[in-house]
Ligand binder design. Structure first.
Ligand SMILES: *[C@@H]1O[C@H](CO)[C@@H](O)[C@H](O)[C@H]1NC(C)=O
Length: 409
């Protein structure tokens, strides 16, 4: 543990030094350019020199941005390498022959399942796109049609701002594909094939059902996906904050330790007298709008189960997703038993946590979530804009106008 910490420190120190050095260089160049600009302003013949200098400045600025991004990429690489090594060690231990049990405290079961072998032939077109967008075999994936174009716009702008380059939008119609193209957003044009039974469950739910089917294509190609609805804002690079040790790592609809991570909910039946209290396990659902899914057999089986049920039942995809994740085997049913992790509910925040807790608590001054999902409120677009003002533009009163919940009529 200590070794790891030291490595982290020296890497941070190195990055601080190189950033500072870069800033100093950029600053001196900026001063030079400004002086040149002033001079040329009074001396129009020099206009071309100035424009060349401005080009140079722009180039340097973009180089600095690249450096900063590379730094984050390095950190992601380091973290992933450590996580993969730990997982490989555990897999090797548990996949071996039948073993004797070690002493108490040394026994660990396998929760990081091995990855499937990629099958490029499954979808060569997507394989080609992904090899460019996600060289590290993981990416953010959003799915949208042109109806939600304005939200898509703030969604990918937030990803760009957070320094994320490995993301992709599955474009369900030509208009949104064109919109992506003109904004340099990586996209994959794909037609929506919505199961007949889901057709009148409303546009949103229909797309949600489709996403499990679509995700399979990514997993088959060997990619891990951070699936993201487009009513989500990113403020930090999410890949620095994943554990990658489970089949599914998901944000929660919960709003405190109990509801997000699970608790013993005691039910009371007084007529039972001595045995009136029955203990139940309870957890607020995994939010199917933001989850990281690794290309493993249990993950793919999950997607297939959800897709298959949504093609036959008129159901809410998030409910089906959770049932398949949490139900154990019982008569007539074989449980999935995928390994699960709940994301930190402050880092991967839902809008109930944001509007009922975080914005009112001075302890959160200066806190920056990794991602924020406007899932608890219907006025999504307005709240997303306000949240950008709050977190990015430092407007501390940007959220004042919004009530905790929605005014239900
Ligand atoms: C919630 O759990 C975290 C650890 O997961 C702990 O650090 C924190 O103190 C807990 N908060 C409360 C209010 O119990």
């Amino acid at each position: 543990m200590r070794k790891r910490g030291d490595g982290g420190w020296s890497q941070r120190a190195g990055s601080v030094l190189s950033t500072r050095y870069g800033l100093e260089v950029a600053f001196s160049i900026l001063v030079g350019v400004l002086m040149g600009a002033l001079w040329s302003f009074f001396n129009p013949r020099c206009y071309t020199t100035t424009s060349i200098a401005l080009d140079k400045l722009q180039h340097l600025n973009s180089e600095l941005t690249t450096l900063r991004e590379e730094n984050i990429e390095l950190k992601v690489h380091l973290k992933r390498a450590e996580q993969e090594r730990d997982a490989a060690l555990k897999q090797r231990e548990s996949l071996g022959l039948v073993k004797k049990v070690g002493p108490v405290g040394t026994v660990k079961s396998l929760r990081t399942q091995p990855l499937v072998q990629p099958n490029e032939d499954a979808n060569p077109k997507l394989a080609e796109i992904l090899s460019k967008v996600a060289p590290d075999k993981e990416l953010v994936v959003g799915i949208a049609n042109n109806n939600v174009r304005s939200m898509v716009n703030i969604w990918f702008s937030s990803l760009k701002r957070a320094g994320v380059s490995n993301y992709l939008l599955v474009a369900l119609d030509d208009q949104i594909a064109h919109f992506c193209k003109s904004n340099q957003v990586p996209f994959y044009r794909r037609d929506a094939t919505i199961a007949a039974i889901q057709k009148d469950t409303g546009d949103n739910h229909a797309i949600s059902g489709l996403k499990f089917h679509l995700l399979r294509e990514f997993l088959e190609l060997g990619y891990s996906v951070l699936l993201s609805d487009v009513d989500i804002l990113f403020f930090q690079n999410p890949f620095l904050h994943l554990y990658r040790d489970c089949d599914v790592e998901s944000m929660s609809d919960g709003y405190n330790n109990q509801t997000a991570y699970g608790y013993d909910d005691v039910s009371d039946d007084p007529k039972m007298g001595w045995a009136r209290y029955a203990h139940t396990m309870r957890i607020w659902v995994f939010n199917s709008g933001l989850f990281y899914i690794r290309p493993t057999i249990p993950s793919i089986e999950l997607l297939d189960r959800v897709t298959s049920r949504l093609s036959k039942e008129k159901a809410w995809d998030q409910a089906v997703f959770n049932e398949e994740l949490f139900r154990p085997s019982h008569p007539g049913y074989e449980g999935l038993h995928a390994s699960l992790r709940v994301m930190d509910y402050y880092l991967f925040m839902n809008s109930k946590v944001m509007f009922t807790i975080v914005r009112k608590d001075a302890n959160f001054d200066g806190f920056l979530p990794v991602a924020l999902h406007v899932n608890y409120h219907p006025d999504k677009y307005e709240r997303m804009l306000a949240l950008i003002n709050y977190f990015v533009n430092g407007k501390k009163d940007a959220l004042k106008a919004f009530p905790d919940g929605s005014e239900w009529r």
